[in-house]
Design a protein around this ligand. Structure first.
Ligand code: SIN
Length: 276
């Protein structure tokens, strides 16, 4: 991939790149927008340092990539941005968002998010990293026999499984029915055409048409496979960093190892399509 307006430095051969030479608070020209999008498609998660954005500027950047997703269970309606998720941990936090296991955001939605953009303005002295895993690489490393077997399978993803009461510290939309959705276990990325594993330990409750013993055995094997460090990159946050990940081909895991320090920021999430 050729980049003319931004600099793109890979973090690992399979996933992750740091982008420099762009100010996300300003409107991006067409070429820069295209290059940022290309970098996301190529690396699955991209990182930016030293950004200073108001909530409106942050939202305008996210809107370049599509409609914004409104979380079915949580939101910041009270501050006038139903699409915004405030990500905050401090001395009162028992469970930090995203720290319960590897996941793709809100995969329980019938049309799960295409991408998530997290901007942290306050970070702990050490710790609080986010880990990302390539679901392309995890799929591509499976044997041909296993790939064929998985291509025929459907998984059920459930909000009730994911949000089991541990997250009551976040402002909750209690009147909403928690979504449940069925998705293929292997999805084809709508832009790159590459295949990616699309099951995760937070939202996926079971595989359709199997006994629970069969379903647990296959999902357990896949989760073990995904956890291998060769599919991962790890982002060490500093204040005013941004991570933008593609939920269609990457999973992430937020490390909650900094209690009682403060980690604070904002997440805008871009709407996606029905997985195929
Ligand atoms: C999330 O899962 O969106 C939270 C990620 C993080 O806080 O690093």
């Amino acid at each position: 991939m050729n980049y003319e307006t931004i600099q793109v430095d890979s973090l690992t051969p399979r996933i992750g790149a740091e982008i420099s030479g762009v100010d996300l608070s300003q409107p991006l020209g067409n070429q820069t927008f295209k290059e940022v999008h290309d970098a996301l498609m190529e690396h699955q998660v991209i990182f930016f340092r030293d950004q200073r954005m108001s909530i409106d500027e942050n939202k305008a950047f996210a809107r370049l990539f599509g409609e914004l997703h409104i979380h079915p269970m949580f939101g910041s309606d009270d501050i006038g941005h139903p699409e915004l998720l405030v990500i905050r941990s401090d001395e009162t936090t028992k469970f930090a968002a995203g720290s319960g296991g590897w996941h793709s955001d809100v995969s329980c939605d019938p049309e799960p998010p295409m991408g998530s953009i997290l901007y942290l303005t306050e970070t702990p002295k050490t710790g609080g990293d986010t880990l990302f895993a390539s679901m392309y690489a995890a799929y591509e490393d499976l044997s041909g026999t296993m790939q064929q077997f998985l291509l025929g399978l459907t998984a059920v993803h459930s909000a009730e499984k994911a949000y089991d009461g541990r997250q009551e510290q976040r402002p909750q939309r209690r009147d909403e029915t928690p979504p449940v959705a069925e998705h293929p276990v292997v999805r084809t990325h709508p832009v790159t055409g590459r295949r990616a594993l699309f099951v995760n330990e937070i939202f996926t409750s079971h595989l359709k048409g199997m006994t629970s013993r069969e379903s647990e055995a296959i999902l357990g094997m896949l989760y073990e496979h995904i956890r291998q460090p060769k599919y991962h990159c790890r982002f060490n946050w500093r204040e005013n960093s941004v991570a933008f990940w593609d939920n269609r081909c990457a999973q992430h895991y937020a490390m909650f190892d900094y209690y009682p320090e403060v980690r604070h920021g904002y997440r805008f999430t871009v709407q996606g399509d029905r997985p195929v």
